[in-house]
Design a protein around this ligand. Sequence first.
Ligand SMILES: [Zn+2]
Length: 410
Amino acid sequence: LEPLTVNSRRFRDNFESLAKIGDTGDGGVHRPALGDSHLAARRWYQERIVEDGFEFITDGAGNHSARLPAKDYNAKTILLGSHLDSVPNGGRFDGALGVLAACEVLATVRDAGLDLPVHLEAIDFTDEEGTLVGLLGSRALAGQLKPEDLQNPRGGRDRLLEGLERAGLTEEGLFTARRSTDLFKAFLEMHIEQGPRLLEAGSDIGIVGTLVGIGSLEITFVGRSDHAGTTPMDSRLDAGLGAADFILEARKLVRREFSGCVCNTGRAALEPGVLNIVPARAVLGVEFRSPAEEQLEDLGLGLVRQAEKSAERYGLQILVEDLGRIPTSPCSKRVQGAFGVACRNLGLKSISMSSGAGHDTMAMARICPAGMIFIPSSGGSHSPSEFAGWKDCVNGANVLLQATLELALE
Ligand SMILES: [Zn+2]
């Protein structure tokens, strides 16, 4: 008996239609969370759901879902999904593919006339990428979002409030998205790998064992503004020098003492930001990641210590603000097992791997058995050159489908 498989043509048509929304003209999409093109993609998904005859669900965090109910109203839900937002000028596969694969699973189950003892739900989580807060929709749904997360979010508080208003959402409303954890049988996500390991291993599917923990810091070096022409080089308190020193030393620190970890200074601003004034302040946005919880803490402390050293070297003061921490997230063994069975049934080669990227699975893993798979991708990610072959996309959707059936029927 051949295993049930998704409709590749329908899946692809949906994918191509969605990729036109926020199209950057070079293969990518620009859909930062709750911006105009993201809101358009959300409307597209909502219309798709309604036209396809699924139940449409939304919540106070703006998450959008297609629902295929079981006969038994009290059945548990297997939630599938990912996100439709992108980083600025991102790729068309990241997130979007997972939402459409989830939707395709529902359509395939319905077309086959299967009567499953679980509700199926295909969700688009709001602001996964962190344009505003990061994992906003999934953390709200999982009850992991805290009021303080909204006070000094990654993208700045003003942008968050503007975005919520554009989408007709409110801060208080976000917390109403929380759902009772015992309603979920499992959460499954399919995503592109965004790295080279599957292609290098010649593997079709990566089954994720753990997702890295992520910390972020804002480090401000404080010096003194001076006339850039009349102040001798040796008597300046140039905040930019501390920042530059930190960026270089942080890289050395990670490579020397934190194997398997990464750090990135992705934002830097010199103030007052004028060519003829020595910078009085340098503000850095720093992110760091580790697959092990204790190591993540140590790395955070190590980076702060390094910032202190860099400041001291140039006679500066520092201010450190913790912008939040996402702990490491082990995936459910049961869900990993279901993915493994699915790959075997479909004759696909799989490997186990950790995820260096953050995903909505992180939030869901706190409240129910959760897991995710990767499909091979090339051309990097968070860029228009991000690419996945269609056969791999279909393989991923089929694994998602088969694992869903496996978990639903156990
Ligand atoms: Zn993603």
